[in-house]
Design a protein. Structure first.
Length: 639
């Protein structure tokens, strides 16, 4: 049984998506906030912490024309401590008729706090397992955001569920503490034979029809939290496709309202293509031994129930977002509220990758521009959520920060690391046996990125994940002799929490003959100077033309002053207390550097461009830089 670090944040539960129109994304986030209002105040039920669930057999009888459910739930659990009773989360509105362990009837109490408390026949010792059967029925309650809905579409009845993190108890006795994934489930749905039933996993056998009742059996053999278990029943049209590549192919099963099928089918036909893209970029579909698919339902968004996303519509970006959560959200779930970006930032970025690969670079750039504009509409805000912010549902579901900034941080990591290292690190993250089909926090992702990159990313994560805001760059550019250009990078920060955003800075240079070349300045400090080889005289410069960076109002000034070789040679940092560097054009070679104090006394000689001045006295010093082109005189201050 996988355990979370503490309160599991499975906010992939609300992974709704739409086209990257910010007003539409904001309205989606707002609907998520409303639906999640009761979640923020939820505390794990202390009365369910003394056991882990390993298996559920869920047998439901229902009729989509009637809001009513009859169920038999068989639960296998392992005691964490010695226990004489077991408590399930269970809605007051539902009624238990019997509880058994084997053939023994057990006593039970349904209290007024949405709990079913069962007295065990003897003390269940820590580390031992047992199985309990609960029979119940009733009308699931309506709690604002219904977890169990009976309604109609085109005058035909439907029942569907959407449990959020804490709505499963409204229609079956469960443990809905989010840190306890169930190892496997079997779901049996009995309904009038004219209807089609849907649940997680795969139908292992053909439905069994007895009289007017049809029973459909689904098996799901991967760890799953209670909130991702879902059922639906309606007069669906079933549309079958195939995903993956033999021998790892799998069925894609879509359950669509008959009246909408003709218009939706062309949209569904992109599903195998998106699956193929994600498999090429990351890994085989995580639940490939079973199925993927969609079930149409009536809630205003989408919900990534494991192996079958429930969908109100089927635009490509919604399909891509919910599908992306099968990797980032369902297979690996963020472990705390503060790490929500591991679900929502990733799902947003995966949908962006669909734009890049299906629509081309220009569409991808436009999409990133839209996200950057939204992110920089406010000068503050971090990707990572603080303890205080984790009590604010508006902050948790911030489309600007959890969705867009989380996605753009991934784009910046990809740019910084390069495609090969970035995607390999994500493959390793998804394959990590300590995380797969369990939970992760931000430091788990950072560790995998660093392992492949071979360098620390602490500075990057501090600036871009944990702290707030974004930079504005002011860059001066100048042609600097034959085949070279000089760039000076300055930066201001929108929020005082970051002293300097260290990041490679991409530029695109243009020449009079229509020449174009891309440069990257590995900028780490303010006022940093770069003398770069260029293949032509520069007439204009673009800042970050492909939108790899989060920044706002950044600008480049191209100077037209005459090149002077003496200006091409500089000393930095200046002042310095330890090390100075002689910067010079790449076609010049240092022969010797001679350092004098302010009395004209020789104090140091060096033949490399890096000089250790830590032993020199404080004050002004002079340095003669000898090259084949002549001797150049500079001065620096020893702190």
């Amino acid at each position: 049984m996988k355990k979370s670090y503490f309160l599991l944040l499975v906010l992939s539960v609300f992974s709704i998506w739409a086209q990257k129109d910010q007003s539409k994304l904001n309205s989606i986030a707002e609907s998520e906030m409303k639906s999640a209002a009761k979640i923020v105040n939820f505390q794990a039920n202390p009365n369910t912490q003394n056991y882990d669930i390993t298996y559920h057999k869920l047998e439901f009888t229902l009729n989509p024309s009637v809001k009513f459910i009859t169920g038999k739930i068989t639960t296998t659990f392992t005691a964490v401590t010695n226990m004489n009773t077991i408590t399930f989360d269970f809605a007051n509105a539902l009624t238990t008729s019997s509880v058994k362990m084997g053939t023994t009837n057990l006593t039970f109490v349904e209290n007024t706090n949405n709990e079913l408390i069962i007295t065990l026949p003897s003390t269940q010792l820590a580390g031992t397992s047992a199985t309990i059967e609960v029979n119940y029925s009733g009308v699931p309650p309506s709690n604002g955001f219904d977890a169990f809905v009976q309604t109609t579409h085109n005058n035909s009845p439907i029942i569907w569920t959407l449990s959020e993190p804490f709505g499963a108890r409204d229609w079956w006795p469960c443990k809905q503490d989010l840190n306890d994934k169930i190892n496997s489930i079997d779901v049996f749905i009995s309904a009038p034979s004219q209807y089609i039933s849907v649940s997680n996993g795969i139908e292992t056998t053909a439905p069994v029809i007895v009289g007017s009742t049809k029973t459909t059996h689904f098996h799901h053999g991967y760890p799953i939290p209670a909130y991702l278990i879902a059922i639906a029943c309606a007069n669906y049209t079933v549309y079958n496709q195939t995903g993956g590549t033999a021998p790892n192919d799998y069925p894609i099963i879509n359950y669509i309202y008959p009246e909408d099928f003709a218009s939706i089918q062309p949209q569904l036909d992109e599903t195998p293509l998106i699956l193929e893209l994600y498999e090429n970029l990351f890994e085989l579909y995580p639940f490939h031994n079973e199925k993927y698919g969609h079930a149409q339902f009536g809630w205003g968004g989408g919900m990534e129930h494991t192996t079958v996303s429930f969908m109100v519509g089927f635009d490509r970006q919604l399909i891509a977002h919910e599908m992306g959560h099968q990797w980032f959200g369902d297979k690996i779930t963020c472990g705390t509220w503060k790490d929500i970006w591991l679900n929502e930032g990733f799902a947003t970025y995966l949908a962006d990758l669909v734009i890049e690969n299906f629509d081309g670079v220009d569409a991808f750039i436009a999409d990133k521009s839209s996200m950057i504009n939204n992110i920089t509409s406010n000068p503050a805000g971090a990707v990572y959520i603080t303890d205080l912010e984790a009590t604010n549902v508006n902050r948790i579901f911030s489309s600007r920060l959890s969705y867009n900034k989380g996605a753009m941080v991934l784009e910046m990591l990809r740019f910084k690391m390069g495609d090969t290292a970035f995607f390999q690190a994500l493959k390793n993250y998804l394959a990590d046996p300590a995380l797969a089909y369990g939970y992760a926090v931000t430091t788990n992702l950072q560790s995998h990125l660093e392992a492949v990159y071979g360098q620390s990313l602490t500075e990057f994560f501090n600036d871009w994940i944990y702290k707030q805001g974004y930079p504005t760059y002011t860059i001066s550019a100048q042609n600097w002799g034959a085949g070279q250009a000089r760039f000076v990078v300055n930066q201001t920060q929108s929020d005082a929490s970051v002293s300097y955003f260290e990041m490679p800075v991409p530029l695109r240079i243009h020449g009079t003959g229509g020449q174009v070349a891309d440069l990257v300045l590995d900028n780490t400090v303010n006022g940093e100077t770069f003398i770069m080889p260029v293949p032509f005289a520069i007439t204009s410069v673009e800042f970050d033309p492909d939108k790899h960076l989060i920044s706002k109002n950044s600008s480049i000034t191209l100077g037209n002053e005459n090149f002077e070789l003496d200006k091409a040679i500089s000393i930095y940092p200046n002042p310095s207390d330890a090390l100075i560097h002689i910067q010079m054009p790449s076609n010049m070679t240092l022969e010797k550097a001679t350092v004098y104090n302010n009395l004209g006394q020789l104090v140091l000689e060096n033949t490399t461009t890096d000089i250790n001045v830590s032993t020199l006295s404080s004050g002004v010093h002079y340095i003669d830089i000898q090259t084949a082109e002549g001797v150049y005189h500079k001065k620096f201050i020893k702190k």
